[in-house]
Design a protein around this ligand. Structure first.
Ligand SMILES: [Zn+2]
Ligand SMILES: [Zn+2]
Length: 324
């Protein structure tokens, strides 16, 4: 008998896009226009992750909308010569108590890429400056799975990047995520817009296509960061996950109406739940076998849009329960 709550229908949920650009780098809209755009669609927070220039300010935060501090960092390298690029997100985590965090509008100079060590050093430097690090759009960047496995110190992989998907069909990074999860690395996922500009009100737009929804007691920068670190959120480009918990060895999910609910596990096979008549379903359960290296849930709607849970590690949960 064991129980654990990962997402709680009874907790407050805050929706946010942590990857977007403004005129501070190569975006089209001002800070105020970006805030207005997301506020108007009932988002609770965004991060203006402009390229190599840090956002560190509480000046725009209100009781109903906040900006997470952070930026997007890259290495000086061209896909034409190295075959890949690296873009990484830094989100300010005040609990790291960095001695010298980046100040507002501070630029971080791109290092020249020499080897994978350059990337590791960059991750280490970002962390020493108080950042939670996320590996952005690995498919767009043409990163190598084995390199993401070797790199240490990042918290999540951006598995859905909306702008890359609608423009270049390289927005999904789920295969990279499963590659490292299967090999024992415990990292979460992020879905985000990476909006730079263009119309915000068209059926297909760089806005409102990928987001995270966070379980948090309050809308405040560090509270959201702590919830992200704890994996208390899901990523989505469509459906919603309301609740995810283990009750009596059953992993139960409750979600918005979807066509299928997929429990993805390793090394054993998982479970796909669908109604054979095609009726939408709003929940499913999976019996934990205890030999899973991880279990994660995908709720997939009729248009192929997905809500992704973060991974659950049953053996680790069992150890917690037994106080090992
Ligand atoms: Zn990028
Ligand atoms: Zn970006």
């Amino acid at each position: 008998m064991r129980n654990a709550i990962f997402l709680d229908a009874g907790r407050q949920k805050f929706k946010g896009n942590i990857h977007s650009h403004s005129v501070r780098s190569d975006g089209e809209y001002t800070v105020e226009q970006m805030i207005d755009a997301y506020r108007s669609k009932d988002y609770d927070f965004i991060c203006l992750s402009d390229h190599e220039i840090y956002f560190h300010s509480d000046a725009y935060d209100t009781e109903t909308f906040i900006l997470l501090d952070g930026y997007e960092m890259a290495c000086e390298m061209e896909r034409e010569t190295t075959g890949q690029q690296y873009h990484m997100h830094g989100l300010l985590d005040r609990s790291l108590q960095a001695e010298k965090p980046f100040h507002h509008d501070e630029e971080h100079a791109k290092p020249d890429y020499e080897s994978l060590d350059t990337i590791q050093q960059l991750i280490d430097e970002m962390r020493s400056k108080g950042n939670l690090v996320i590996m952005n759009h690995p498919e767009w960047s043409k990163n190598r799975e084995e390199d993401l496995l070797k790199l240490e110190g990042y918290a999540a992989i951006e598995i859905y990047n909306h702008q890359s998907e609608i423009q270049e069909a390289v927005g999904y990074g789920v295969s990279y995520w499963d590659y490292v999860l299967k090999r024992g690395k415990q990292v979460n996922a992020i879905a985000a817009d990476d909006a730079h500009g263009g119309p915000t009100d068209m059926a297909v737009s760089e806005f409102y296509g990928g987001w995270i929804t966070v379980d948090s007691e309050r809308l405040e920068q560090q509270a959201i960061i702590e919830a992200i670190k704890a994996g208390q959120y899901y990523s989505s480009n469509g459906p919603k996950i309301y609740d995810l918990r283990i009750e009596s060895n059953r992993l139960r999910v409750v979600c918005s109406p979807v066509r299928s609910i997929r429990f993805i596990t390793f090394p054993n096979n998982g479970l796909a739940e669908m109604d054979p008549t095609g009726v939408y379903i709003t929940g499913a359960e999976y019996i934990i076998q205890d030999d899973e290296q991880y279990v994660r849930v995908e709720c997939v709607d009729a248009w192929g849009k997905v809500a992704w849970s973060n991974p659950i590690y049953p053996k680790y949960e069992l150890q917690l329960q037994e106080g090992l």
